[in-house]
Design a protein around this ligand. Structure first.
Ligand SMILES: Cc1ncc(COP(=O)(O)O)c(C=O)c1O
Length: 414
């Protein structure tokens, strides 16, 4: 073998060796990938029915409001609940508590009765279907039709009654209570009637004390400067307010109250209103506002449960709520209902009072789709010629229509 042959042989050996090394490396890398795949543990995430999807909603930074105030304004996206509102949590807790107390048995003909302006009814209706009950909802006939239509499609019975004060037997809550008692007493109708009683039943505020409150606290990493919410039954404000106050000494809990509601005066001055409006004797019907779901003119157990934790109240006019709803769409693409708009106005005012650098949390209770026929019909053209601004939102409308508002705006810098 001459020198040329030797070199050729050497080079071939090197090429074959390198190829072999490469092949071994490739095979072992594929094997490694295979074994990683085999050992990777994939955790299943399957919900047991629709009611198992309730809670753990996102907390959203509302960018425009945050930038405009220099604070962080965060909205708990309850409009993403499976039943479309913050009331899903309450409806589930009311039913579970009743089951634990043996007041309800699935598939026995037991029926859940409730008096509601709609959202709690929708939540109860779908949870009842999911758990083997019938739902019978009594509601005032002046609410947006989306809710009653939806209730019927969910297979609930719906009784619409004229708006009336609580002293009237025909008032929607009294009607639901009476119908439940009548079913329980009936010898011909199967099953029992259970009156869910969201206004007085402590399971309501406990749903927020055990769910909404802890979620907000965790999502904020324990840093919350203020919590702002409206009150219908008062369950959200009481449950979240109590939870946060027990953990954060300096957190401020603020009621957002629509015009025509007596709760503002209850917080500010300790009374619902003056002698003409005294509790239990008021003859005028419902709260005088276009806003649905929050604002009330009587004291409820769920509001009183959290009243010691409430530091302040802010009145919001209908016009401010309508303008805020439009602003949220135009600047954020956020299409919310009337109570969420009230909450956002009050959150902004709270932020302005606290000053830049603070974190204010509020609730985005439900979607605007539930309010198309009433609230949103009045909201005017979105993204039309007139651009909404935060300055334009604050202070617009007839402040104090129908109620006294002494000192309402002092200290809020608007
Ligand atoms: C749309 C909407 N937002 C807010 C609320 C107020 O919640 P709470 O009853 O916890 O005060 C309700 C209550 O029914 C509601 O329907």
């Amino acid at each position: 073998m001459d020198r040329y042959d030797q070199t050729k042989l050497l080079l071939s050996g090197i090429v074959i060796g390198a190829g072999a090394v490469l092949a071994v490396q490739t095979i072992s890398s594929v094997r490694r990938q295979d074994s990683t795949k085999k050992t990777q543990i994939l955790k299943e995430d399957i919900r047991n029915g629709l009611e198992d999807c309730i809670g753990n909603t996102p907390l959203i930074r509302i960018k425009h409001l945050s930038e405009a105030t220099g604070c962080e304004i965060l909205g708990k996206a309850e409009f993403l609940e499976p039943g479309g509102s913050v009331k899903d949590r309450v409806a589930l807790k009311l039913i579970k508590t009743a089951e634990e107390a043996n007041l309800l048995t699935p598939h026995s003909g037991d029926k859940v009765y409730e008096g509601t302006v709609g959202s709690t009814g929708v939540s109860l209706a779908f949870i009842c279907r999911a758990r083997g009950y019938l739902a019978h909802i009594c509601m005032p006939n002046d609410q947006s039709t989306e809710k009653s239509s939806l209730l019927l499609k969910l297979g609930a019975m719906v009784t619409l009654v004229p708006p009336a004060p609580i002293v009237d037997k025909g008032q929607f809550v009294n009607r639901a209570r009476a119908l439940a008692a009548a079913q329980t007493a009936s010898e011909t109708e199967p099953g029992r009637g259970f009156f869910a009683d969201q206004f007085e039943n402590p399971a309501n505020w406990k749903a927020h004390y055990e769910g909404t409150g802890p979620e907000i606290y965790q999502q904020c990493g324990g840093r919350v400067d203020a919590f702002v919410a409206g009150a219908g039954t008062g369950g959200t404000l009481s449950g979240v307010g109590k939870y946060l106050k027990e953990r954060l000494e300096s957190v401020r809990v603020v009621l957002a109250d629509p015009q025509g509601s007596g709760l503002y005066n209850r917080i500010k001055y300790g009374v619902m209103f003056d002698i003409k409006e005294r509790e239990g004797t008021r003859r005028r019907p419902q709260v005088d506002t276009i806003v649905e779901g929050i604002g009330i003119n009587r004291v409820t157990a769920n509001f009183e449960a959290g009243r010691p934790y409430v530091d302040d109240a802010i009145r919001v006019t209908d016009d401010e709520a309508l303008a805020m709803a439009r602003l949220l769409v135009e600047k954020e693409g956020l299409f919310v209902g009337s109570s969420s708009a009230v909450n956002c106005v009050a959150a902004v005012r709270t932020a302005m009072k606290l000053g830049p650098g603070h974190r204010v949390v509020t609730i985005l209770c439900d979607s605007g789709t539930r309010h198309l026929s009433k609230f949103w019909k009045k909201a005017g053209e979105v993204a039309g010629d007139e651009e909404m601004t935060l300055d334009g939102v604050l202070g617009c409308g007839e402040v104090g229509k129908g109620v006294s508002l002494e000192g309402e705006k002092s200290g809020y810098g608007v």
